[in-house]
Each structure stands twice: as structure tokens, then as C-alpha cells.
Design a protein around this ligand. Structure first.
Ligand code: C5J
Length: 240
């Protein structure tokens, strides 16, 4: 927590010096962001979504399609850490007694593939189980914020809004999985709450390349109806 405050103070100091507004190449148009008011969001990079035997795999998906996000997220994480950006990781999952999991979210799948059922990495999508953990490659540092969320949208039933407000955040670099589910749900919710969401296309992935493309199309359509689509390359190139 202490070094989090120091890093954030550094970002605020840079802001005071007027050094932090950068223009990022993006679609549908370039966007200027104040880095002191920008957080990196790393959504649900959990074994349950990226590894065989997790929730994603049990739903019949090819989890290897998500793995191309790992290296670019590592690069963006490293750059964000060096520059003192606020970094927030999320994890989708439920309490062991399932009291925070609406029955409708479980019962739409056959027994054996449901949230809370036993799987090779412990109970599926349950907090504290191996499958719920963030993969080692992008693991949070001890001073980084980790938000446990019971929904797809990262604002639902979490303190994300309060955290962003406390840190004066207006812009979100959005990374993680999956593009069309938790990333898109979070971007739509962020837009309604007044945030500028910039989705890094190579740092998000779907179990369906078609749905990945479609989700990004929806986000950037109509002049950026929900936000912007950019890439790790464009963000890294814009950072001072
Ligand atoms: C899903 C997510 N796909 N993190 N969750 O159920 O996208």
C-alpha cells in the first residue's frame, strides 16, 4: 500500500508539472489522456479462463485462443509499473457457499460444468480455488489492487467506482479476458459512469475471434459510442 501511494504521488507530481497528457493513436480517432488520471485494468487473467480444465474449457472453448494476450499485457504492465500508473486486477468468482451467485448464472449449464462444481483446478470459479488464481505471468504485485467480482461487469457489486474516484481516475486502459464478455461488459458500464475506456486490442481476447472483432466494432462504432480501440504498441509508443 505504501509504495502504491508513492507511485501514485509520482503520477500526481508529474501531472502537476503538466507532463502527463499524451495522445494515443486509436480508433475511431486519436485520444488525449492525462496519465495521472489513467488506470490500467487487467481483467480476469485467471487460470479458470486461460487453462485447460477451468470454467472456459468446461464450456467447450479453446482456451489457447486467449494466450496471445499474455506477452503484450506483461509489456503494458511493466510500462505502467515504471510510470506509476494505478494498476487494478480483477478476478471473476464466487463465495464457496455460492451466496453471491444467482441460480440463473449456474443452472443454465448441465451438472458437472457449473460454477461451484469440482474440476481439475478445484471448484469452478470459486474464490480461493486454484482455478480462480491469476496466472503467474501477469500476477499482481503485492501493492496492486485486486478486485473480486461476482459479475461480468467489473463495477457490479465491487468497490471499483470508489477506488477510481479516490485516485482521480478518468481514463481506463482495458486489458484481459474475454473481449466480448467481461471486457465489453466493463467498458459499457465504465462509459455509463463517465470514464473513457481505451481497449488494447492485442491485450484482450475471446474464445471466438469473430466475437472479439465484433465486440471491438461495437465499442468503437458511431464515433466511439462506448470507447476507443487501440493496441499495446500505440500505448507504449505514446508513454513518455
Ligand atoms: C466469462 C469473462 N467469459 N471474464 N468471463 O465468463 O469474460
Amino acid at each position: 500500500m505504501h509504495s502504491l501511494i508513492i507511485r501514485h504521488s509520482l503520477a500526481l507530481e508529474n501531472h502537476r508539472l503538466g507532463m502527463t497528457t499524451v495522445t494515443i493513436a486509436a480508433e475511431p480517432h486519436p485520444v488525449a489522456v492525462d496519465l495521472a488520471a489513467t488506470a490500467l485494468l487487467v481483467i480476469d487473467m485467471q487460470k479458470d479462463f486461460l487453462y485447460p480444465g477451468g470454467f472456459g474449457a468446461l464450456l467447450g472453448n479453446d482456451v489457447t485462443l486467449l494466450q496471445r494476450t499474455i506477452v503484450p499485457i506483461q509489456q503494458v504492465l511493466q510500462a505502467a509499473r515504471q510510470r506509476g500508473l494505478l494498476i487494478i486486477h480483477t478476478r471473476e468468482g464466487h463465495l464457496p457457499d455460492l451466496s453471491d451467485c444467482p441460480p440463473a448464472k449456474r443452472l443454465r449449464w448441465p451438472s458437472g460444468g457449473r460454477i461451484g462444481d469440482p474440476g481439475p483446478m478445484g471448484r469452478i470459479l470459486i474464490r480461493g480455488e486454484e482455478g480462480h488464481a491469476i496466472i503467474d505471468e501477469v500476477a499482481p504485485l503485492p501493492d496492486e489492487i485486486v478486485i473480486d467480482k461476482p459479475g461480468k461487469n467489473s463495477f457490479y457489486a465491487t468497490n471499483l467506482a470508489e477506488i477510481l474516484q479516490q485516485h482521480g481516475i478518468q481514463n481506463l486502459f482495458v486489458t484481459g479476458v474475454t473481449t466480448d464478455v467481461c471486457c465489453q461488459a466493463t467498458v459499457i458500464a465504465a462509459n455509463d459512469r463517465g470514464y473513457n475506456a481505451l481497449v488494447l486490442a492485442d491485450c484482450v481476447a475471446s474464445y471466438s475471434p469473430a466475437r472479439h472483432t465484433a465486440a471491438l466494432e461495437v465499442i468503437k462504432a458511431q464515433g466511439g459510442i462506448f470507447g476507443w480501440v487501440t493496441s499495446s504498441e500505440q500505448v507504449l509508443a505514446a508513454l513518455p
